[in-house]
Design a protein around this ligand. Structure first.
Ligand code: GLU
Length: 510
């Protein structure tokens, strides 16, 4: 492990442009684990300088997602912190001075080209890049005289500030996952740093803020790797190189077949969520489903994400947050993309619901029942039902499918499984069973005792147990599914069990 000498400060720096992709949450998670492991700080910084891409509600949504996952930042727009404000739009005044400093030092220049000029260039050459090859042919402070430049600025002609990338150099840097990375500056264009409205672009803002906020390690998705040379040049040109964070470009999360980055569209196409929580586009009103609404527990979601591109070198797959904090290491994050596998995600979901404390999932289940207009007799009953069915659930939403028969007497029965083999002897058996059950005391009304009574009566009536078990289940449940039938009877209670047997006998004998 490379030695960490600085105070660990990491940041998640999303642009509030829409739903939060699971890759984004994984970036949050790795930031969070790393910060906790090194007793550092985890910062949330909202990168909202691109007003064209700004989407109403997206920032709050991101904050809610982090909160749902239990990955709350130490500093950010909600709880503030020593480097506030944490929204770049509110830091606007910070950036110009650095862009101007770069101009003064010869690492940037004013460019007065109009949108039309640039469009014309692009029309002439499809791969037009504003850079060392053509910057002298454009309208900027490098091609114009100092006088002309001053005059244009004095006349209020709009301009942007562009980085002046020196050609023929190689930018080298170290990435904690990829090792040594290099880029040729010939291929890097003169990106805009400060826009005509005085707002910084992402490139300038990310560097200035990582510097001002004393970020020690910059975790971000691999899709930002092509931007890294511009950032590294800025660190260098601004004279901050010794304070530059360690780079950690995380591998992509791939489509299930491994062919390219997993997108929202893949999720829609293949029927699984890609966003952490439901996201409603404020413009179209369209809602995209999230893992939360699909019925994932946040711990399951987080555990599943941790394993997308990381493992601890053993076969272990279920990790508590404490274990993740202890065991996470950048060295064990793979370089190659991680395929998203919905079946594996379901497995995590199932495992977590199975081991969840009843009290921790009760609120969501109550919520779901309320939405369905189901009133719960008492909490104890509900807890027994949850205990009984949770190991059969993949998602929280499966509760109703697995347990509805415990809240309502079946209206229909799987008669095909019962009627062809139905006999008078079976009718008498169940009539006797009602009497037998009726005689049981409250203490005796438990699965073990019920099963024993059921079996004894079968022996006494010379009926094979196998012949009455399935009908009994169908009487209580309506179909051939559900958990142990004596567990069901035990939870339903004496009266309801008797009623269900009677009601079903009528149906079976008609
Ligand atoms: N604002 C960028 C984004 O939307 C952040 C990239 C970075 O972390 O540098 O993802």
């Amino acid at each position: 492990m490379s030695e960490i000498t600085k105070k660990v400060r990491v940041r998640f720096a999303p642009s509030p442009t829409g739903g939060l992709h699971l890759g984004g949450v994984r970036t949050v998670l790795f930031n969070y684990l790393f910060a906790r492991q090194h007793k550092g700080d985890f910062v949330l910084r909202i990168e909202d300088t691109d007003q064209n891409r700004y989407v109403e509600g997206a920032e709050q949504y991101i904050i809610d997602c982090l909160n749902w996952c239990g990955l709350n930042p130490d500093e950010g727009p909600v709880n503030g912190g020593p480097f506030a404000p944490y929204r770049q739009s509110e830091r606007k005044k910070n950036y110009r001075q650095y862009a101007e400093q770069l101009v003064k030092d010869g690492f940037a220049y004013y460019a007065f080209d109009t949108t039309e000029d640039l469009e014309e260039q692009r029309a002439q050459s499809a791969n037009f890049r504003y850079g060392h090859e053509n910057r002298m042919k454009m309208r900027n402070s490098l091609s114009l005289s100092e006088e002309e430049t001053k005059q244009l600025i004095a006349d209020g002609i709009p301009y942007v500030i562009r980085i002046k990338v020196l050609p023929g150099e190689t930018v080298h840097f170290h990435d904690m996952i990829r090792g040594h990375v290099s880029f040729e500056t010939n291929l890097v264009d003169d990106k805009v740093l400060l826009k005509a409205d005085g707002m910084p672009t992402y490139h300038l803002a990310v560097v200035v803020d990582d510097y001002l906020m004393q970020i020690s390690h910059a975790f971000r998705g691999e899709e930002w790797l092509p931007s890294a040379p511009v950032h590294i040049l800025l660190w260098e040109y601004l004279g901050w190189k010794k304070d530059m964070p360690e780079w950690v470009h995380l591998p992509l999360i791939l489509k299930p077949d491994g062919n390219g980055k997993l997108s929202k569209r893949d999720g829609d196409r293949l029927g699984f969520p890609v966003y952490a929580m439901n996201w409603t586009d404020p413009k179209t009103g369209e809602t995209t489903r999230g893992f939360r609404e699909m019925g994932f527990l946040p711990d399951a979601f987080v555990n599943m994400l941790a394993l997308l591109g990381w493992n601890d070198g053993t076969e272990q797959e279920i990790f508590s947050m404490e274990e993740l904090i202890e065991k996470f290491s950048i060295e064990r994050v793979s370089k190659s993309g991680a395929k998203f596998d919905i079946e594996k995600a379901k497995w995590f979901s199932h495992e977590y619901i199975k081991k969840a404390e009843v009290s921790s999932i009760r609120p969501q289940i109550l919520d779901d029942l309320e939405k369905r207009g189901v009133t719960v007799k008492n909490e104890e009953f509900l807890d027994q039902v949850i205990t009984l069915v949770k190991e059969r659930m993949t998602y929280l939403q499966d509760f109703w499918e697995q347990a509805s028969f415990l809240f309502q007497t079946p209206e229909q029965y799987d008669l095909d499984s019962v009627k062809p083999k139905w006999t008078d002897a079976k009718t008498s058996y169940f009539n006797d069973l009602i009497i037998k059950f009726d005689s049981l005391s409250d203490d005796q009304w438990n699965p073990t005792y019920l099963e024993a009574s059921f079996k004894t009566l079968a022996e006494e009536s010379s009926i094979k147990i196998g012949e009455v078990m399935l009908p009994f289940r169908i009487m209580l449940v309506g179909g051939k599914f559900g958990p142990g039938v004596f567990d069901i009877a035990s939870i339903l209670g004496k009266e309801e069990t008797k009623n269900r047997i009677m009601k079903a006998l009528n149906a079976f004998n008609n």
